[in-house]
Design a protein around this ligand. Structure first.
Ligand code: IDP
Ligand code: MG
Length: 149
């Protein structure tokens, strides 16, 4: 079973989209194993987006992520990393397919609602950056045999 890190960004929270977004992953069949509603310290935002440090949008991105609370989550399931990226849609909402979170709910790249880890190594690093082991709950949904062969 894979785990991935997802974060509803400040725009998703401010626009009242928390339940809409969580519902999509819940209905798909993925399992929530960690969640916290939090203000993001600047240092954490800078580390999380460290790969983009040299990009022109970096400062604005860190300002945005620290401007208002987020919902940080860890979700579990088969192929959840790639599958969640598909559910989220392309980085630019203008290019995201209808049916995806960004395609249905967003307009611009600077306000694209949600973050999702893009590969197994980044998922592992981001989960460790945002959560302690004690904040993650290993459990099995009773629907398991109705979700997996
Ligand atoms: P991703 O979130 O789909 O993985 P990345 O290319 O990793 O996209 O970029 C990380 C985040 O940086 C994006 O989700 C978006 O919030 C922000 N970002 C990326 N490109 C731009 C841009 O050109 N202008 C403003 N913000 C951007
Ligand atoms: Mg990315």
């Amino acid at each position: 079973m894979e785990r991935t890190f997802l974060m509803i960004k400040p725009d998703g929270v401010q626009r009242g989209l928390i339940s809409e977004i969580i519902g999509r992953f819940e209905k798909k069949g993925f399992t929530l194993v960690g969640m916290k509603f939090m203000a993001v310290p600047r240092e954490l935002a800078e580390k999380h987006y460290g790969v983009h440090r040299e990009r022109p949008f970096f400062a604005g991105l860190v300002d945005f992520i620290t401007s208002s609370p987020v919902v940080a989550m860890v979700w579990e399931g088969e192929d959840v990393i790639a599958s969640a990226r598909k559910i989220i849609g392309a980085t630019k909402p203008q290019e995201a397919d209808p049916g995806t979170i960004r395609g249905d709910l967003g307009l611009t790249v600077g306000r694209n609602i949600i973050h999702g880890s893009d590969a197994p190594d980044t998922a592992e690093a981001e989960i460790a950056l945002w959560f302690t082991a004690a904040e993650l709950v290993s459990w099995k949904t009773s629907a398991t045999s109705w979700l997996y062969e």
